[in-house]
Design a protein around this ligand. Structure first.
Ligand code: GTP
Ligand code: SPV
Ligand code: MN
Length: 648
């Protein structure tokens, strides 16, 4: 057995020692977080066949990994919130008794790291030393996790030093669940092959994270969704702050006035794209602070101050191009890990809709050869000479739909360096938020942008968010619209209805509620009868951001409607409406209207979702509901008001 290394912090030692004794790894490495160590681990993985080293002239410090076919995205069906009381997990979460769950999982962990190295990753969520930052220790047997955590979080000695003798941290345990027998050769992507052997478990009261069986993304990089959203949302509720699935951006107007905007969109619905967008409007500058997670704390002045707890971008690869998101592509220039994309013959990477012609031949995400399409140089098929129609009919993609890049934030050409370090006007407060956007992929009904009439109405809007399900999760419902309140459906650390209440509390407890951000609902994804997008999106979204700023400044009016304040079409700036994709003015008018018939249906399904949150037990529960009437009355009231106004 390996000896548990010494740590000055007794709680760190106890956590590592506990898992060492149970998981019995061959070796233990405490991650120092240096470049040299990072490179050595990457090179070891190349030697073991788990990484492909990319062409170092084209992509210095970049590697490619291919996951097992069963392990390509988050697994919501195997994600658990193990609060002591079932009611505290709520109807949207899978619940199990924490004592039972720990007993079940301890059996899995027994001997699970045999033949492997146990890595201890000290990590920070947020800039080290910032008052909003939290710390974690992830114990894992996956070197892939180590190098991804090195990019996505601040890792290593600096964190150990910050923790000192008795600093607090969130303890995390992760195993791929694939022990090796003596002499057994490792596979390229070890994991538990059966979905039922995967567990992504949060213990919100113990503030612990136990993950087993998956090596992919948010299932395994435990600082991200498990900590920064599920556990942090519970901490935030208890302590009066907010942990949200939001990007953070800084916008500077031609008059040099700065605005900070956060936006909550469900997975694969455009956060990374908006966070790094190149404004089509001349004179406007956009800078990135974060692309996925925001922690917001109320200040003494009543404003909400935000930091990005992460250190990198775990971005969706397909669709990322020099056209759609040049800053994301440029962020992948060096020091990036690609997972499940295509390998080209010159040692570079490729994916669908990258805006780059496909190579004649490549290796697809499964490791099989793939070939350029016969009649579309921007597609690849599994056999030579296939037509676009044949490839489409076969459902084949060369890069997995949820293939990702793990890129260092410091690579981003438009990073707001101060904001990213949590600094505003020289102080480590995070940045004051002027506007919060909610959104989702909604092909019908939902207008381009809608301003909330009040904070409570804004909370209602967030609670009613929804989207088509995307490939970011393993699901048989991809493409169907589901409710995804505040884009947090897969990430609530507690009862969804209590979470709504917490949002309402943010106004009630604010030092000055008039200083809270204004709330908007946006939809870049309206489609016409032909199934074409009615709004060009991407850089053209700057037109909507400008309207938001104009509203904040009181520069423009609005149409006051039953569902909220909509722009007058003339107030959407259409200057520089040239290039490949342009705003179609006829469509614009269409997507700024209240679709009354659509909204009557919408209201019904919002009501149905509230009823479900009010009456249903947690998923997988055998007990009858005890959650009745938990949705805040104030939100029911907004629903009633909107319904009444629509009927007028
Ligand atoms: P997660 O990392 O899963 O949380 O996703 P995300 O919210 O950061 O989504 P991302 O920005 O990676 O976008 C996902 C997909 O949406 C990509 O295929 C984009 O091309 C597409 N997309 C993003 N913004 C727009 C837009 O404004 N219009 C349209 N039509 N598509 C968009
Ligand atoms: C998401 O699904 O919202 C992601 C990817 O950002 S993961 O980190 O895997 O959750
Ligand atoms: Mn996300």
């Amino acid at each position: 057995m390996a000896n548990t290394p010494k740590f000055a912090n007794a709680k760190v030692f106890a956590w590592v020692d506990k898992w060492n004794k149970l998981c019995t790894p061959d070796k233990i490495v405490v991650v120092k977080g240096t470049k040299k160590e990072h490179n050595e681990i990457c090179e070891m993985m190349v030697k073991n066949g788990q990484f492909v080293k990319l062409n170092q002239k084209l992509r210095p410090g970049c590697y490619l990994a291919r996951s097992h076919e069963s392990d390509v995205a988050r697994v919501e069906g195997r994600t658990f919130i193990c609060s002591q009381r079932e009611i505290d997990a709520g109807p949207t979460n899978n619940w199990k008794d924490p004592v039972e769950m720990k007993a079940e999982m301890l059996k899995k962990y027994k001997g699970c790291m045999k033949g492997r190295t146990m890595y201890v990753i000290p990590f920070a969520m947020g800039p080290i030393g910032n008052p909003i930052t939290q710390y974690g220790i992830e114990v894992t047997d996956s070197p892939y996790v180590v190098v991804n955590m090195n990019i996505m979080t601040r890792t290593g000695d600096a964190v150990i030093k910050q923790l000192g003798k008795d600093g607090d941290f969130i303890p995390c345990i992760h195993s791929v669940g694939a022990p090796l027998k003596k002499g057994q050769k490792d596979v390229t992507w070890p994991c538990a092959k059966s979905i039922d052997d995967k567990y992504i478990t949060q213990f919100p009261e113990d503030r612990e994270i136990w993950s087993f069986g998956s090596g992919y993304g948010g299932n395994a990089l435990l600082g991200k969704k498990c900590f920064a959203l599920r556990i942090a949302s519970k901490m935030a509720k208890d302590q009066g702050w907010m942990a949200e699935h939001m990007l953070i951006l800084t916008l500077t107007s031609p008059e040099k006035k700065q605005y900070h905007v956060t936006a909550a969109f469900p997975s694969a619905c455009g956060k990374t794209n908006l966070a790094m967008m190149l404004p089509k409007l001349k004179g406007w500058k956009l800078e990135t602070i974060g692309d996925d997670i925001a922690w917001l704390k109320p200040g003494e002045d009543g404003r909400l101050y935000a930091i990005n707890p992460e250190n990198g971008f775990f971005g969706v690869a397909p669709g990322t191009s020099m056209d759609s998101n040049p800053n994301a592509l440029l962020s992948c220039k060096s020091g990036t890990i690609f997972t499940n994309v295509v390998l080209t013959p010159d040692g570079d990477i490729w994916w669908e809709d990258m805006g780059i012609k496909a190579p004649a031949e490549g290796i697809d995400w499964k490791g099989n050869p793939c070939y350029v399409c016969a009649d579309d140089p921007f597609r690849m098929g599994p056999k030579p000479g296939m037509t676009k129609a044949e490839i489409k009919a076969s459902g084949y993609v060369a890069a997995h739909k949820n293939s990702r890049f793990t890129a260092p934030a410091e690579n981003c050409p438009v990073l707001d360096k101060d904001g990213f370090e949590g600094v505003y006007e020289g102080k480590p407060t995070g940045v004051p938020v002027d506007a919060i956007l909610f959104g989702g992929r909604r092909p019908s009904t939902i207008p381009l942008v809608n301003e909330a009439k009040s904070w409570t109405h804004g909370v209602f809007m967030g609670s009613a968010a929804g989207s088509e399900v995307t490939a970011a999760v393993i699901s048989d419902q991809i493409g169907q619209v589901r409710r995804d309140p505040m884009a947090m459906l897969p990430f609530f650390g507690y009862n969804v209805a209590d979470y709504f209440q917490h949002w309402l509390e943010m106004e009630r407890t604010s030092a000055d509620p008039t200083k809270l951000p204004k709330i908007y609902f946006v939809n870049w994804f309206r489609k016409n009868a032909k199934g074409e997008f009615m709004w060009p999106g991407f850089g053209d979204n700057s037109r909507v951001l400008k309207w938001v700023c104009d509203r904040i400044e009181g520069k423009v009016g609005c149409q006051k409607t039953a569902i909220g304040n909509l722009p007058k079409a003339a107030d959407i700036d259409l200057s520089n409406n040239t290039g490949k994709d342009t705003v179609n003015e006829k469509f614009l008018k269409e997507i700024l209207k209240v679709d009354k018939a659509g909204w009557l249906k919408e209201i019904e399904t919002i009501g149905a979702s509230y009823d479900e949150y009010d009456a249903k037990a947690s998923k997988g529960s055998k007990t009858v509901s005890k959650t009745a009437k938990r949705v805040p009355k104030a939100l029911r009231q907004v629903l009633a008001d909107v319904t009444a106004e629509l009927a007028k």
